[in-house]
Structure formats: structure tokens, C-alpha cells
Ligand binder design. Structure first.
Ligand code: HEM
Length: 503
């Protein structure tokens, strides 16, 4: 009996010792890994370093926040912004790892006002197989040649009608013009809505909605967030009615994104999910794509040599197509090599999406940096795109740098990457190419002074005013671009240097 008792006690002792050793080892590992936390400061209690981040982001020198910390702590550092302890990465390889990781490692994490407004079923909030399914369906439709052909036709019609009203020597606000155009054309592709009263209503509600995306997370009547949520409710009602009409009269060939999502056989896509995602998809129509076009006009206006080369390329295409008696199709626009380089350089310098935010689902180690479970990570693209180790003379607009550059490199991520790579990237490039082609073949312009504001979203302070003049013979000989800005004089000094890079 004593022997048995002794054996039991010995077994218990061994068990306890093993458990103790295991937990001690785990704690020691954790302690060691925690000591690998990137350097940096968590700032003030509660607010952390948010105020400093925001005041720099608003200022004409938005790099200050990141640069100061990069110098003090390195390219990956810890901070506390938007209410969470956050690891900020300005290193291309770490950003690539974050983008390539699936939902078992990182999930999207955005400020509360943004997730409230997007809704639980938004593609930006869902994860795993449902996100992959919705992404796949939307992506396949947005990449389809039938949609690209439709968008090209709609843009031609829209541009023809609106540019016909542009009078010589009048100020045109490029930011407003492009917003109207892209929104209407995109919404037609998303929900099949034609221009008219409903489109106007949607546009108004959408403006109210988008204004609250980055706001205080307070939902009381009268607050910014509350008004935006009310506007979203009204939009959802409109989209729901369209969904119900479509459910009643379902055709065979999907003609817009609602049709595509309704045709899905998985039964996972509820009306809530469809309407939340349709509204998400309108954001690039009001914001990212118009900004791409507006910034391209800004940078081209400041760089006459690039404008001239882009114009020559477009005039050549126009002449060739008119000799053949053909209209331009979407593949023609995408074949404009220099125009595509201008778009890439605009994306690099403009950083329309500053970066993406994720939350770690478990402890993660990347390139020797430790990210504890529950912490946020901010993969900050802007610093990488403006890093002179990746792009020589990073603040000068130089579309020629893209001539032989590998765009698949992990240092260029304006559209994100991995499973959440933007499904609208081709469409964004196509729309920008069409707009630029029509601008340079139909008009010359003189840009007024304006500058870029980077926060909370990228925009032009004065909406990018330009004084336009219609070209005498837009199908004839390419004329010298009429771009003269304050920047032009300065720019001429750089031209020789750019020219030598081109050669
Ligand atoms: C200049 C224009 C655009 C830029 C710079 C841009 C940028 C981005 C970026 C960086 C992401 C990744 C977000 C993340 O990883 O969390 C993204 C995702 C997304 N974009 Fe775009 N985008 C543009 C245009 C468009 C257009 C035209 C559409 C469609 C109409 C679109 C639809 C989407 C959707 C649905 C996602 C979410 C994908 C997912 O989470 O699975 N974007 N975009």
C-alpha cells in the first residue's frame, strides 16, 4: 500500500515538475520574444501618438512622423495610434509578409467609425472563405472584357457630353469633374442605375456617408457619424429595392455586380451582404479613381516634358484609329505604354491609399521583429514608395523610371497585395487612361496653383482648377501642350536631367 502511495506521489511530482518547466519555458520564450518588440514609444495614455500622427498627416510635410521614428528606431517601430498599440512598418519586405498573410495570422482592422459605416458584411470586415468567395466573384466581373468595353463606351459618352460644355478660358475643377464622371459610370456598372433623379439622390447620400468614414466614433443624433449612418440607411433602401426587382426578373447574363452576386449558388450572400458591399464598391468611384486622374493632371501640369510625350502618344493612337475608321476600344487605351507609366508614377507619388491596417491573431515574428497577438500593424506604403533606396530622387515625378522597372517588386503596392489585392486595379488604370487621352487630345490647359492634402484622404486643397482651351484640330497634328504653371519654370530646370534619365 505504502509503495503504491509512493509511486502515485512520485508520478504527481513528475507531472507537476514537467508542467512547471513547460510553463516556465513558455514564459521565458514570451519574455525573450517580447524583448524583440520593435523599438518605439507608446506615447500618452489612451491617445498614444495619434495627435502627433494626425497633425503631421494634415501638414504639408506628412513624412515627418514616420521619418523621425525611422531615424530613431528603424524602419519598423512600435507606436500607439487610433486607440491601439500598433507596429508600424515602413519596410517593403515586412509589408509584403503582412499583405500575403491569411486570416489565421492577420485580419483587417480599421478605426471604429469606418467599421461602423462599412457594416459587418463588408468585404473589408469579413474573412476566410466568405471573403475569398466575394472577392473572387467581384474580381472576375471587374476584370471581364465585357465590363471594360461597357465602361469604355460609357466614359466616351460621358466625356463627350461634359467636355462639350467646357468653354475656352473658363476654370474647370478637375477634382469635381472626375468625381461626377467616375461615380456615374461606376454606379451603372455596379447596380445598373442610369443617370437621373435616383442617381442624383444616391450621389448626395453617398457624399454624406463618405464624410463620416474617419470621424469620432460617437453615434448620437447630430454627430458626423450619426448623419453618415442615416445616409447609409437611405442608400441601403435604394439598393435593396434594386435587388428585389432583380430577384423577381432574373436574367441569364449578369450585367452588373448585383447580378453577379445574386447568381451565386452558395446561398451565403444575403441581401445585407450584397448591399453593404455594393456601397463599399462606390468608394473608389467617389474617391480613389477621381484622385488618380486629378493627381495625374497635377503632376503632368508641373512636368511639361511628360505631358508632351503623353500627348504625342495619344495623338499618334488617335490618328492611327481615325485612318482605320475605328473607334478606340479598351485594349487601345491599355496599350498606351507611356500613359501607363504616368499612371504608375502618379500612384507611387500620390499614395491615394496610405497603407493598410491589420490585427495580429497570434504572436507573429517577421524578419526578426515580434508582433504580439492582439496588436495592430500598419503597413505604411507611402514611406516605401518615397524611399530613395527603392526610387532614386523619390519626390520628383519621373514616369520614365518605370520603363524597365519590375512592377511586381514588393516595393510597389498602391493596390495592396495577397488575398486582398484590389480587384478594381485594371478598371482604375483603364478609366484614368481614357480620361487622360481625352484631356490631351481635346484641350490644352493652364493649371492654377494648388497643392495636395494627404489626410484623412488624399485630395487637392482647391479641387485642382485648370483654365482650358479647346484644340483647333483635335484629330490633326499634335500641338505643343499649353501647360504653363508656376511649377513649369522650376520644372524646366529639371527637364534636362529627366531627359538624360530617359535616354
Ligand atoms: C486608384 C484607385 C484604387 C486604389 C489606389 C485602390 C487601392 C486598394 C487597396 C490598397 C486595397 C487593399 C486593401 C486591404 O488590403 O485591406 C484595395 C482593396 C479593394 N479595392 Fe481598390 N483601389 C482602387 C480602385 C478600386 C476600384 C475601381 C474598385 C472597384 C470598383 C476597387 C475595389 C476594391 C475592393 C472591393 C477591395 C477589397 C478587397 C478585399 O478585401 O478582398 N478598388 N484597393
Amino acid at each position: 500500500m505504502d509503495k503504491l502511495l509512493m509511486m502515485c506521489m512520485a508520478t504527481v511530482m513528475v507531472f507537476i515538475t514537467v508542467m512547471f518547466c513547460k510553463s516556465w519555458k513558455k514564459k521565458r520564450m514570451r519574455g525573450r520574444r517580447r524583448s524583440q518588440l520593435p523599438r518605439g514609444s507608446l506615447g500618452w495614455p489612451f491617445i498614444g501618438e495619434t495627435l502627433e500622427f494626425m497633425s503631421c498627416a494634415y501638414s504639408p510635410c506628412p513624412e515627418r512622423f514616420m521619418e523621425k521614428r525611422r531615424i530613431m528606431h528603424g524602419k519598423v517601430f512600435k507606436s500607439h495610434i487610433f486607440g491601439s498599440p500598433t507596429i508600424v512598418s515602413t519596410e517593403a519586405e515586412v509589408n509584403r509578409f503582412i499583405l500575403q498573410s491569411d486570416a489565421s495570422i492577420f485580419v483587417p482592422s480599421y478605426p471604429k467609425s469606418l467599421t461602423e459605416l462599412m457594416g459587418k458584411s463588408s468585404i473589408l470586415s469579413i474573412n476566410g472563405s466568405l471573403q475569398r468567395r466575394v472577392h473572387g466573384l467581384i474580381g472576375a466581373f471587374l476584370k471581364s472584357s465585357s465590363l471594360k468595353a461597357q465602361i469604355t463606351l460609357d466614359m466616351h459618352n460621358y466625356l463627350k457630353a461634359s467636355m462639350a460644355c467646357w468653354k475656352d478660358d473658363r476654370l474647370i475643377y478637375i477634382q469635381d469633374e472626375t468625381k461626377h464622371m467616375v461615380f456615374e459610370v461606376l454606379v451603372k456598372g455596379l447596380i445598373g442605375l442610369q443617370p437621373g433623379d435616383e442617381m442624383q439622390f444616391l450621389k448626395q447620400q453617398f457624399r454624406e456617408f463618405i464624410a463620416g468614414l474617419i470621424s469620432l466614433p460617437v453615434k448620437l443624433p447630430g454627430t458626423r457619424l450619426y448623419r453618415s449612418l442615416q445616409a447609409k440607411k437611405r442608400m441601403v433602401m435604394l439598393v435593396r429595392n434594386i435587388i428585389q426587382d432583380k430577384r423577381r426578373s432574373r436574367g441569364c447574363n449578369p450585367r452588373d455586380v448585383i447580378d453577379v452576386l445574386l447568381h451565386d449558388s452558395s446561398n451565403q450572400l444575403t441581401d445585407d451582404l450584397i448591399s453593404d458591399n455594393i456601397i463599399d464598391l462606390m468608394i473608389p468611384g467617389e474617391d480613389s479613381v477621381p484622385m488618380l486622374m486629378t493627381l495625374a493632371i497635377k503632376y503632368l501640369s508641373d512636368c511639361p516634358l511628360a505631358l508632351q510625350q503623353l500627348e504625342e502618344e495619344s495623338m499618334q493612337l488617335k490618328r492611327r484609329k481615325s485612318l482605320l475608321g475605328e473607334d478606340l476600344c479598351w485594349t487601345d487605351y491599355m496599350s498606351l505604354a507611356f500613359t501607363q507609366n504616368v499612371i504608375m508614377e502618379t500612384l507611387r507619388m500620390g499614395n491615394i491609399i496610405l497603407g493598410v491596417m491589420r490585427k495580429a491573431m497570434k504572436d507573429v515574428a517577421i524578419n526578426g521583429y515580434f508582433i504580439p497577438k492582439g496588436w495592430c500593424v500598419f503597413a505604411y506604403f507611402r514611406s516605401v514608395h518615397l524611399d530613395e533606396n527603392h526610387y532614386g530622387d523619390p519626390y520628383s515625378f519621373n514616369p520614365w523610371r518605370w520603363k524597365d522597372k519590375d512592377i511586381a517588386a514588393c516595393s510597389f503596392t498602391p493596390f495592396g497585395g495577397g488575398q486582398r489585392l484590389c480587384p478594381g486595379l485594371d478598371l482604375a488604370r483603364l478609366k484614368a487612361s481614357i480620361f487622360l487621352h481625352h484631356m490631351v487630345t481635346s484641350f490644352t490647359w493652364v493649371a492654377e496653383e494648388d497643392h495636395v492634402v494627404n489626410f484623412p484622404t488624399v485630395r487637392m486643397k482647391n479641387k485642382m482648377p485648370v483654365r482650358v482651351a479647346r484644340k483647333k484640330s483635335s484629330a490633326g497634328q499634335g500641338e505643343r501642350s499649353g501647360c504653363t504653371t508656376v511649377g513649369e519654370r522650376k520644372q524646366r530646370i529639371h527637364i534636362q536631367c529627366l531627359d538624360s534619365q530617359r535616354l
